[in-house]
Structures are given as C-alpha cells and as structure tokens.
Design a protein. Structure first.
Lengths: 327, 570, 312
C-alpha cells in the first residue's frame, strides 16, 4: 500500500516534469522573448545584454532548472501582451473559472450518477430509453452550440437570464465570488448548466455501461439465487462494485470540466482563465500559455492522485493481501 | 410425496431462428435427504433445468410446458415476488466458479449475515452466531477470525465452502448445485463433494447435482438422471445406471469413460451421437507425404533417446520491486531430469500449478529455461539462440493444445491454418501442392471433404481439435506434445480424439509427450509416467507399475482420489 | 474447385448471414441513423455539384443579397436563398454544404491517422511488452489526463508561433488534422493493446510460435485481424468527436479561417449576429452540425450495443 502511494507520487512528479518540459520548450522555440519585450529601436548590444540578464544564453539544463524553480513558486515572468506578471493575471481570473467548474462538476456528478444507475436497472423502461436518447443528443451537441442555443432561448427570446459576464462579484480577500449576489448567481446558471450537460451525459452513460457489466456477474446471480430483494442486489451489491471503476473515470472527467470551461467562458464572455488562455493562443502570449498549462496539469495530477488514494480506501483487494492459501 | 417434483417440463429460448428448445419434456423428482445427479455432455440442457427450478433462467428463456412442485405446492406459476421468497429460503443454489460467486467488496460475515437475517430474522447478534455455526459446519478453520475477511483472501476450495455456507443460510430444503467442483483441483474436489454429501444427509436436504463428470456422480449421487440433446434418456439408482445402463446412449457414454482400473487398446465409440467420424481407409506411411524425407541427418541417439531434460528449471517473478530483496519468485519447475525414447508415449500427470505445462513450453521454446538444458535429437536446443539454426529442430516437434476454441485463429480458414506451416517451412514445392497436402491431412484426421473452406467457428470442439492435430502434423514432426488435449472436450468426443492420437502414433511412429491431470486418461495413453507436484518430478515409472504399485506418497494420494466407478462391469 | 467453395463462404456472405446484419435490418434506429449519416456524408462529399452557389467565387456575391432571412420565415427573403444569406451575401445552404465538406474531411482524416497510429502503437506495446510497452503506455496515460481539446488548442498555439500568419491560415486544415489526430490516438492504442494482451496468450498464437513463425508475422497476420473488431465502434464514435472538436476549435477562432469556413467557423461568424436577431446565420449551420454528429453517434451507439454479446 505504502509503496503503491510512493509509486503514484513518483509518477505524478514525472508527469509534472514532462509538462514543465513542454512548457519550457514553448518558451524556447515559440516566439522570441526578446522581440516581445523590447521595441523596434533597441540595439543589438542592448538585446544581447537583456538576453544575458534573462539567462537566455545559459546552457540548456540550467535554463530548464531555472524555469522549474520559477514555476514552483508560480513565477512565469511577464505576459507579452499585458506586460504584467502572469501570476497576477492567473490569480485574478482563477476564482471565476474555479467557481464555474466546481458548480458544473457537482451538477454533473450528482445528476449523472443517479441517472446512470437508473437507466442500468430499468434498462427497458420508457424513462430509461428517453434518458438514453436525450443523452445521445447531449453528447452530439457541442458545448458551444448548447451555449448559443441557451443564449438565444433564455437571453434573446425569453430574456430571463443574463448571457454574459459574471454579474456583481464580492471580493473576499484575494477571492472574488459571484455566489453571494443575486445577479452573480443568475449569471452563473446558464454557463454552469451548459458546461455540466456534456459531462453529465457522459458520466451517466459510463455509469450505465459499468453497472450493466456488473449486473451480469456471477456474484449478482448468486445474490439473486439467495433470494435477496431486487433493491438489496442493486444497491447493496451492484452499486458499490460499479462505482469503484467509475471513480477513476469520473476523476478524469472532472479534469475535463476545467478544459471545457475554455469553451463555455468564450461563449458566455466569462472572465476566467479559459478566456485568458484563448486570447494567449491567438496572440502567441507564451508565458500565459505555459502558466495555464502548468496550472491545469497540477489540478489534473492532484485529482488523479486523490482518486488513486480513494480507490485504495474503498477496494479491499488493494489494501489487504490475498494471503492465506490453505485448503 | 416427493420434496421436488418436476413434471414434463420443456424450456425454450426464442431466437431469430425460431424457438430453441433447451429442455424437452423432462420429468424428475427428488426426495428429502437425497442427492440426484443430473449428468450430460455440454449442451444437453442439464443446467437449464436447475435454473428453471429456481426461476433464474437467463432471458429470454422461458418454461413453455410442464409444472414444478415443491412439497406438493406448484411453484412455477408464482409471481416474481413469490418466487423470490422461495429462493434461498426453500431452494438454495451453488454455482460453478467460487472465484466469481462472492461479492469482492463485502466481508464473508456481511454477506452471510445479510442472507441469514433476510430469511430467518434472527437480528444482528443471532445472525452472527448462526453465520459462525455455518462456517464451522462447512469446515472453515478459525471461523471467528476468517469471517471478517474478504473473498479474495480465501483459496478456491475455501471459497466454495463459503458459497455452500451462503446457500445454507435460509435453511433450504433443496439445493441445486451446478458443476460445484468443476473449477477445483482433484484433491479439493473430493473434500467438497464429501462435505456436500455429509451436509445433505445431516440436514435432510435434497440436492440436485448438475455435472458432466460421471466420476463425481459415482462418488456422491444416490440416483442419476442422464440427459442428452435436451431430453432425459434414463433415470435410476446410481449403481444401476453405471453398472447396468439400459438406454443405448447411456451404454455408449459409460463405455467411453477412460477406465481407471485397466488399460484397453481402443475406446469404444459413442455410437449414439451422429457426428462420429471414423477413418476408414488404410494408410501407408512409406508412400505418404508424412513419411517423406524426415531429415535423417538428425539422428536419434543409439539408446533411442529423442528428448532429454537436464536439471531443467523455470522461475517466474511474482512481485516486482525496486529492491532485489523484496522481489518474490515462483519456481514453477525445479531441477527436472528425464528422457524420452523414440516411439514411446511419455505421460506427465499433476494438479494445476504442478509445472507440467511449463515443461512443455520450455521444450517447445515458448519459454526460455531459467536453468538447465533441453536436448533434442542430440542437440542442446535450449542453448541455440539463432533462429535459423534452431528452426529445423523446432519443426520436428509440434504441440496440440488444450482449448480447441482458442487454439485456432478465428479469422483464418481451415485451409490457411493447416497450410501455413507447410508453406513456412517450404515442405511443398507449390501452393497447389500444399493445398493438396492439406486436403489429405484433413482426411487423415477424420474431417469431411468440405472442411477446408470453412472457418473454425463452424466446427464443434472435437472437430476443431482434429484440425489442430492436422496443423501439428503439417510440419512432419516426429515428436508431438499433447497438453491436456481432451480436457475441454466431452467424454464421448474425448474417446474419439484419444483413439485418433493412438492411431497416428502407431502409423507415424510418433514420439509423444502427453500431459494431463486425468489419471484414467494417462493410464490409457502412456507407456511411462512422471508424477509432478510443485515443479518437481516425484515419481517416474512404467504406467502399469505406477497404477498397480505407486511408490511415492503423493502418487498414492492422487490414485486414491481417482473416482473408482466400482459399479462398472468388468 | 477450391476457389468456388471459398467464395460461397466468403466474408461478405458470412456478414449477410450474420447477426449484425439481421439486427440492422430490424432496427429502425440503426437504419435511419445510417441513412442520415450516409446522406450527410454524400452531400458533403459532393458539395461542388450539389450546392446552388459557389461560395468561394467572390464575383457572384452582391452586397444587396447580404443578411437576407429565409424566404419561408420572412417576407424579405428571396426564393433562391431558401436558408437565407450571411453578412456578405453568401447563400447559407451552399455555405453549409461546403462547410460540412471541410468538417467531414478533417474528421475522417483525423480518425484515419489516429487509428493507424493508435493501432500500430497498441499492437507494438501489447505484443512487445516490457520497456516498450511501459514507455508507450506512460505517454498515453499522461496524454489521456489532458483533454483532447486542450492538446489541440496547444498544438494550434504552437503552430501559430512557429508559422508566419499567412502560411498558418493556408495550412490551418492540416494543423487541425494533426492536432485532432494527435489527441485521439490514445484511445485506439489502449483498446488494441488490451485486446492484444488477451490474444497474445491464446493458444493459436502459441501454436504459431511452435510452428516457428517469426513474431512479426504472428503480430500482424494472426493477432491483428483478431483485435480489429472494436475499431469500427471506436472509429465511428471518434468520427463524431473529431467533427465536434474541429467545430469547437473553429468556433474558438483557432481553426478554419473565415475564407475557407467549416461548420464551426460558420457558427462563429453567425454568433456575432445572433443577438441582433439574425438567427438563421448561426442556427442552420448549427443544425447541420447536430444532424451530422447525431446520426454518426446514434449509429455508433447502436453498433456498440449490437456487437456486445452481453447486451443482446
């Protein structure tokens, strides 16, 4: 168990290191940092001095080491475009993205899982079939299109909900939240639902597939043969066995929410990190791209690690050795 | 009044090709305290009856005719909820594979208490006490500690004991056991059968024991029902059915069982089955393709030794670790020495995990030996690293595998499967000649003329094993390894395949290494036998000598476990 | 004689006799989705001949025709533009056809490249095992923890940095295909590797080894044909995903440029006019995208269930 955790930690570290390498490679090969920092009239000598000062002439491994040292404390330098520290930009935008992502993730997990379980248990029922059909439409509608339809329907035709921005936000220390004002909450509804829909249908389908698989196993048949009630079979035995493998997939899906937030934020003009990232890509603002990449991989790695640890706690086969073999 | 009465039951599975009738017009009854064996070959419909009685037919299966009575009350027309109340409480069930029958995420105690409390309403304390009693009864040592464990912490035999305890939770009057010992090793099988018989008699519970194994029936059943092709052939006292069968099918089925007590030259064929193919034409190896140019430069040693194993060992890593000291290994084969003479059939017998298949895989080069050497035709082939150098030797030895369903590539036609080795080793001058040879080989192993154009899935298990043999012959080998060649087959088909192997060996003067866990089969096939356990050869003797006068304790133990089928006619 | 018998038992005949075809002919869902998909793909492929206007021919555009609504929804519409026109006077219906062509081309090309790369690496990893396997699968794991859309965005961003602006627009379609296929190979590789690991231990593979066949032949000739079945399902569903990814990238402004628009670009262009009430510019391309993706998804979903023996 302990060695398993060490192994996972080591792996996570390797992942972060390789991502850091990619981010560093961005700096190295995409765009010229000097060009982005100085004007047209800077002389060659001045450029050279600047390069020396920034450490651009150091050997490759040293540059990489310095990059990691900076990244570890959140220092990615100045944004080429905004000319302010990237860390400051990210810090300003992070609360918007996190609030949106977390609300959506909760929505998709707490609606998606029960729907998946329901459709697996009542496989042939009318409601299940309707869920399945709707879910197919759900995964076939690209997130941005759902967003556009929502805006058209609730914003343009019905005029019920705001279609862009965060509404009024309240500043609590470094964190700006939209959850404490009525207009903030109203502004959150459309983007959150848009973002949740796709993940929700995906989670529902995954849970359903997994549960159907579990329902065909021998131990479920044996439980039925012992006369256990349908509910005891479905919720006492099948559900837990279903959710164990599903944990991993849901972990991955939650990571996806943050990535898909890029799209949602663009559609709804949501002032989060995603929009920052899209602008950075359009303008090849390398420091912002690198910082976003590192930031999101830290989140993914953290989620994966948490999932692994959780896994070990719920599955006795991982924690308890299959020792004694007499008989 | 019988405990269970099944009257004229027919069970069907509707499909696009019409109604498939799995069980047709079967009647049987079970008394309290009686064990009724239901025996039959695969597809006979024996498991379906059990599932129908407990109302757990796989959809879309349904009872299309007949009635089931339990204690005189009809149960097949009850509502789903009423049927559920019978399951576990009145009728218990035991499945084949103990590895998958238990919920992996719950402790044994949780699973037992859940069932006990449901049926007997004893409360938590009472249920726990009852669970403890049950575990004691089924022979789990230290039940108080063991009941807190999860299923994966138990061995196969222990798990099947837990499954039996679970089936007994509701104190049922009838137990249906579907191949309860098929997944277990012989020695464990015997213990479980003894336990089941003891419990039935003690608790006066009736049991339906579904199995394909006549040996199991002979061991525990009071009465037997013989099924074939969805129908009941014969039902009666065990001794009478085995000793003096009346129905033609039962007669030929019983005659096809390899006898543990004496060696016969050929197996009588199960004539009742339609697809029996027996080769008719005579075969002359001196003029046949199989007899041509057999690389006579590779000579067998003067004393006739064709294969010699020298201190052969194999080690697998079971747990990997960064630290050398923490890595754990399993020695699957330890210092094995023996030699095989040309023309003989050398048997290796042992339970699963004894290392017998590992030896075969090292001889054929599938595994590289961890230590020791394999000498074949005077050459240390395990030391040759160059492919082109070892290929002529490898061609001389071929292998017939256990599972006819996975040993043929499902995406290739029979023609291509059998032609591949011929073409690869350039044993034919043209593709046309190779095809001609394939047709001839297929005829040789008893396949019909149109077989070559078909795909493997269009054949039965026995037919596939014939194709597999044809492929093995296609390199013109002189040494053939058979790794449990018939253990996946029905008895009647097994008899045909064993006959075929015997014939081929005589006609082609093949040397054979015959690996099996089944002692009677070994007795029928082999000249000499090595008994293996935990990777070591414990005894090596002439077959007759081993069976009549086993020297090693373990050989005696294994022979003692052999189902005795005493009722067989001499 | 040998040949004629082989033909009567050919793969095609087997297919028509098989359960899959039987299920297909009896499933209205499967038939409708398949036909819809086929019609969409045909219209996209034949856009040059089917479309009433050539949207790339600037000479045919007239400013007078700009922003016309569909004739059946509004009296200002003109009959020859039955889905209306956009801000430059381009026929929406023709735009959809040409746009769909680009979307489908990018989707199919990405699926094929992903499949080829994924199957090769999966086969290699599964069959070779050991270090090669760990390396390929580690890369796959790392990549899998990043969503396809993010990887595609990043590759696009990198390309923007490396290529001059004009060149980037010109090469946009290849950059897209590259980005989407790179983000998609993992799924193929993992599935194929899993199946290969199972097949590898089957006895027909061992029989091949005992015959003396070299690994290369065993891997390609024996194992590969036995693991390709899931490919159809993954491929179909991946096609839908790839089309969505392309549309999303184009919508975000990092995909196809407005001069050679895909469906995603059309939606992006139209989105700017949505709030001013010109709904047809964005809605119809959106609808076309949904019909295309939905039919592919429904068919893929049916195919997966039909090929899963446990659910039959």
């Amino acid at each position: 168990m302990f060695s398993f955790l060490i192994k996972r930690l080591l792996q996570s570290f390797m992942v972060l290191l390789s991502v850091a390498f990619i981010a560093f490679a961005l700096f190295k090969f995409v765009g010229d940092p000097i060009n982005n920092m100085v004007g047209q009239d800077t002389t060659l000598v001045e450029r050279e001095a600047l390069a020396e000062r920034l450490g651009l002439n150091d050997p490759f491994p040293i540059q990489f080491f310095n990059f990691i040292k900076g990244a570890a404390v959140g220092d990615f330098g100045l944004s080429y475009r905004h000319k302010v520290p990237v860390s400051q930009l990210i810090a300003e935008r992070a609360p918007a993205t996190l609030e949106l992502s977390i609300i959506s993730a909760l929505l998709s997990v707490f609606i998606g899982i029960p729907m998946g379980v329901y459709t697996a248990i009542r496989r042939k029922g009318f409601l299940s079939r309707s869920f399945m059909t709707v879910s197919l439409v759900g995964i076939s509608l690209p997130t941005f299109l759902i967003g556009i339809l929502f805006i058209f329907l609730f914003g343009v035709i019905l005029r019920w909900l705001p279609t862009f921005g965060r509404g009024e936000v309240v500043q609590i220390g470094f964190w700006s939240t939209g959850l404490l004002t009525w207009s903030g909450i109203k502004s959150l509804i459309l983007p959150a639902v848009t973002l949740a829909l796709f993940q929700m249908t995906l989670i529902m389908r995954l849970v359903r597939t997994e549960m159907l698989e579990v329902l065909t196993t021998d131990y479920i048949k044996f439980a039925r043969a012992r006369g256990l009630k349908e509910n005891a079979v479905n919720f006492g035995h099948a559900l837990k066995n279903t959710l164990i493998p599903v944990i991993t997939i849901i972990g991955l899906q939650l990571g996806l929410v943050m990535a898909f937030a890029i799209i949602t934020e663009t559609v709804f003009q949501w002032p989060g990190m995603g929009m920052l990232f899209i602008q950075a890509i359009e303008e090849v603002d390398v420091p912002v791209m690198a910082a976003y990449l590192m930031m999101i991989s830290v989140v993914f790695v953290a989620i994966n690690l948490a999932v692994d640890i959780l896994y070990a706690f719920v599955d006795p086969r991982l924690t308890i050795d299959g020792g004694s073999k007499h008989g | 009044m019988a405990l269970l009465d099944v009257k004229n039951i027919s069970i069907g599975f509707p499909s696009r090709h019409g109604m498939f009738v799995a069980v047709e017009d079967v009647s049987l009854s079970v008394e309290a305290g009686e064990i009724l064996g239901v025996v039959g070959e695969s597809g006979a419909g024996k498991s379906t009856i059990g599932n129908a009685i407990i109302a757990l037919l796989e959809p879309p299966g349904e009872v299309i005719k007949g009635e089931v009575y339990l204690n005189g009350a009809r149960i097949d027309n009850l509502s789903a909820e009423e049927k559920r109340l019978i399951r576990g409480k009145k009728i218990g069930m035991i499945f084949q594979d103990p590895q998958t029958s238990l919920d992996p995420l719950k402790t044994i105690k949780q699973q037992l208490v859940e069932s006990i409390n449901l049926h007997l309403r004893l409360g938590r304390k009472g249920s726990e006490k009852k669970a403890l009693e049950l575990l004691e009864q089924v022979g789990i040592p230290d039940p108080l500690i063991r009941m807190e464990h999860y299923p994966h912490q138990f061995s196969g035999g222990m798990r099947q004991r837990v499954v039996i305890a679970l089936a007994l939770c509701g104190e049922p009057e009838l137990i249906i056991a579907d191949e309860p010992t098929t997944a277990l090793d012989v020695s464990v099988q015997k213990q479980i059968l003894d336990l089941m018989r003891k419990l039935c008699k003690e608790k006066n519970v009736g049991m339906i024991l579904v199995t394909h194994d006549m040996g199991v029936i002979a061991e525990v059943a009071d009465r037997v029902a013989v099924m074939y092709n969805s129908r009941l052939m014969e039902i009666g006292e065990t001794a009478q059915i085995i000793g003096n069968p009346q129905h033609e099918y039962t007669k030929s089925l019983i005659s096809a069982i390899p006898r543990p007590d004496k060696r016969v030259r050929r197996f009588p064929l199960v004539t009742y089955i339609e697809d029996v193919v027996e080769r008719k034409e005579e075969f002359d190896v001196s003029t046949h393709w199989l007899g041509q140019s057999r690389d006579f430069d590779m000579k067998v040693a003067d004393d006739g030794t064709i294969l010699q194993l020298e201190n052969l060992g194999m080690r697998f890593q079971i747990t990997n670790s960064l630290f050398k000291s923490k890595r754990r290994y399993l020695d699957a084969v330890k210092d094995v020495n023996f030699s095989i003479k040309e023309g003989e059939t050398f048997g290796i017998v042992g339970e699963s995990g004894s290392g017998k298949s590992t030896i075969a895989r090292m001889v054929t080069g599938l595994y590289k030996p961890y230590k020791g050497a394999v000498h074949f035709l005077g050459k240390e082939i395990s030391a040759i690293s160059h492919t082109s150098e070892v290929l002529p030797y490898r061609r001389q030895m071929q292998m017939v595998f256990q599972d006819p369903f996975s040993s043929l590539n499902a995406r290739m036609r029979v023609m291509d499967i059998v032609a591949e080795p011929i073409l690869f080793h350039k044993l034919a001058d043209s593709k046309a000649e190779a095809e001609h040879i394939v047709l001839d080989l297929l005829k040789l192993v008893g396949m019909s003329d149109d077989a070559y154009a078909k795909y493997p899935h269009q054949f039965s298990g026995g037919q596939r094993q014939r194709i597999s043999i044809a492929r093995a012959l296609a390199t013109r080998p002189r040494f053939l390894i058979c790794d449990e060649p018939t253990s996946a087959l029905d008895v009647s088909v097994q008899a045909q395949i064993l006959n075929l192997l015997k014939d081929l060996q005589e006609e082609l003067n093949l040397t054979m290494m015959f690996i099996s866990h089944d002692l009677p089969v070994i007795r029928q096939m082999c000249d000499r036998v090595a008994v293996m356990r935990h990777g070591q050869v414990l005894e090596l003797a002439e077959t007759e000598k081993l069976f009549e006068d086993p020297q090693h304790e373990y050989s005696q133990h294994l022979l003692g476990l052999m189902p005795q089928l005493n009722m067989l006619q001499a | 004689m040998v040949d004629s018998e082989m033909k009567s038992n050919s793969k095609w005949v087997q297919f028509l006799k098989g359960d899959l075809w039987y299920d297909f002919t009896r499933s209205p869902v499967a038939i409708v989705s398949f036909l819809t998909m086929a019609v969409c793909l045909f219209l996209a492929a034949a856009a040059q001949w089917v479309a009433p206007f050539d949207i790339f021919d600037l000479a045919t555009l007239e400013l007078m025709d700009a922003d016309l609504p569909p004739p059946w929804a509004d009296e200002y519409g003109e009959d020859k533009f039955f889905l209306g026109t956009d801000d430059q006077g381009r026929d929406i219906w023709s735009g959809i056809l040409y746009g769909a062509q680009i979307s489908v081309f990018v989707g199919l090309a990405s699926v094929i490249i992903s499949a080829v790369v994924g199957v090769s690496l999966g086969l290699l990893a599964g069959y070779a095992g050991g270090r090669i396997d760990s390396f390929i699968m580690r890369v796959a794991d790392i990549q899998l923890s990043f969503p396809a859309i993010l990887i595609a965005l990043l590759i696009d961003g990198v390309m923007r940095g490396l290529l001059p602006r004009e060149l980037h627009d010109e090469l946009a379609i290849y950059v897209l295909i590259f980005a989407i296929s790179i983000s998609g190979w993992v799924q193929y590789a993992r599935t194929i590797r899993g199946s290969v690991m199972v097949e590898k231990h089957k006895e027909y593979v061992q029989a091949g080894l005992v015959i003396g066949l070299p690994s290369r032949i065993i891997a390609v000739k024996h194992i590969l044909p036995n693991v390709l079945n899931p490919l159809f399902v993954i491929g179909t569903i991946h096609l839908a995903t790839a089309i969505i990814t392309e549309a999303t990238l184009s919508f975000l402004g990092v995909g196809m440029s407005p001069t050679t628009p895909s469906l995603g670009t059309l939606i992006r262009i139209g989105n700017e006019y949505l709030l001013s009430g010109e709904w047809w510019i964005t809605l119809f391309p959106g609808l076309a995208l949904v019909v295309l993706v939905l039919s592919v998804n429904i068919f893929g979903d049916w195919l997966r269930d039909a090929l899963n023996p446990k659910l039959r």
